[in-house]
Design a protein around this ligand. Structure first.
Ligand code: SF4
Length: 357
């Protein structure tokens, strides 16, 4: 895996882990450097099977999936693959050991030779953002400072557009495709649905349609309004954590605890769905925390654990039962509430009341 002095023209990015939150930046950055980005395919049963073959069975599903995506890129003949080591995203705000050690995991389980582009991001150790991208460019044989700075700006532009569209309520895939194509538009009207839920989950679990078994689409088919961590601004997430007296320890805490906390405090949701990978330590701690707060706010929480054996049928049954319970609860609430204290319109109330026979 040694790097000679050649300038790398093509880089492979596994469609897993940090891809789901950071890809617009990665794309904008590498594109501006003149490096072609090749993605692994969308997660399939074959990719999971290939990941499974290489790691211990108790490894969490997202890591198995990541390994499978690296194998997929190697099968495509890609020889330079971007596998960053994202240790901490703030002072003592850490990723779990598996994400921190991703390059090491891959080095130890994949025996095929390839060049790993493995910059380190570690705020606790003062290895920050600029250094991370300069290190990435250097690994590609690019050292022109002006060009790298321009590429960082291009990365931010693509990322900011993606976030702005997602925060306005545009769905993940459309916001991502728009951002990659230089389009930036906002949705100005918020859809009103009989019930609303927030999903607390890592982006790599929720937006990987194979891992999440298309959770968002399934809920939307049930006429449920879905909020995710992409719908709120980072500052609002941090504020919500503070309001509930929680401290941020895990790097993904903003996507999980803070997202659920925000919607609980705003009183915008009827339920919380926690989606996590079986055997994930950080997730079980965060779900426990939010379960405690949800009880205080009187908001039901459904915890879905997923692994490579999770079946579609049981998943749907649990979602339908949860949705049914939320509708009944909401109807009861609407019957009891005094009209002047209720901010739902008459039509919205009518819709909810009619939605349960
Ligand atoms: S946070 Fe949990 S799901 Fe994510 S990589 Fe670590 S152990 Fe796996």
């Amino acid at each position: 895996m040694t790097l000679d002095n050649r300038k790398i023209k093509k880089i492979g990015i596994p469609r897993a882990i940090s891809y789901y939150t950071n890809y617009p930046f990665y794309y904008g950055f590498f594109n501006a450097l003149g490096v072609e980005v090749v993605l692994s395919d969308k997660t399939t049963a074959e990719i999971i099977k290939n990941g499974n073959k290489h790691v211990a069975s108790e490894t969490c599903l997202p890591i198995k999936v990541f390994v499978g995506h690296v194998v997929n890129l190697l099968e495509k003949g890609i020889t330079d693959i971007f596998i960053p080591s994202i240790q901490s995203t703030g002072y003592k705000i850490n990723n779990c050991s598996k994400i921190r050690g991703l390059p090491e995991i891959i080095r130890n389980v994949i025996d095929k030779p390839f060049n790993m582009i493995e910059p380190t991001f570690d705020k606790t150790e003062k290895l920050g953002f600029k250094q991370f991208w300069f290190e990435s460019a250097k690994s590609l044989g690019i050292t022109d400072k002006k060009l790298i700075k321009q590429a960082i700006e291009a990365g931010w532009e693509c990322y900011d557009n993606f976030r702005m569209m997602a925060e306005s309520g545009i769905n993940y895939t459309t916001a991502l495709n728009n951002a990659l194509n230089g389009i930036c538009e906002k949705r100005n009207i918020e859809l009103v649905k009989p019930i609303s839920v927030v999903i607390m989950a890592h982006g790599y679990n929720l937006f990987d349609e194979r891992i999440s078994l298309n959770l968002i689409k399934k809920l939307e088919k049930m006429d449920i309004k879905v909020y995710t961590s992409l719908n709120i601004q980072r500052e609002d997430a941090i504020k919500a954590l503070n309001e509930l007296d929680e401290t941020q320890y895990w790097a993904n805490e903003l996507d999980l605890t803070a997202t659920a906390a925000h919607y609980l405090i705003k009183n915008k949701i009827d339920g919380i769905i926690a989606l996590s990978a079986f055997g994930c330590g950080p997730d079980s701690l965060m779900v426990d925390e939010i379960e405690h707060h949800a009880k205080y706010f009187g908001v039901p929480l459904l915890h879905l654990n997923t692994d490579e054996h999770t079946g579609e049928a049981g998943f749907i049954t649990r979602l339908e039962a949860f949705a049914d319970m939320l509708l009944r609860k909401k109807r009861q609430k609407l019957k009891n509430i005094e009209p002047e204290k209720d901010d739902l319109s008459q039509t919205e109330k009518q819709k909810i009341l009619l939605s349960i026979k």
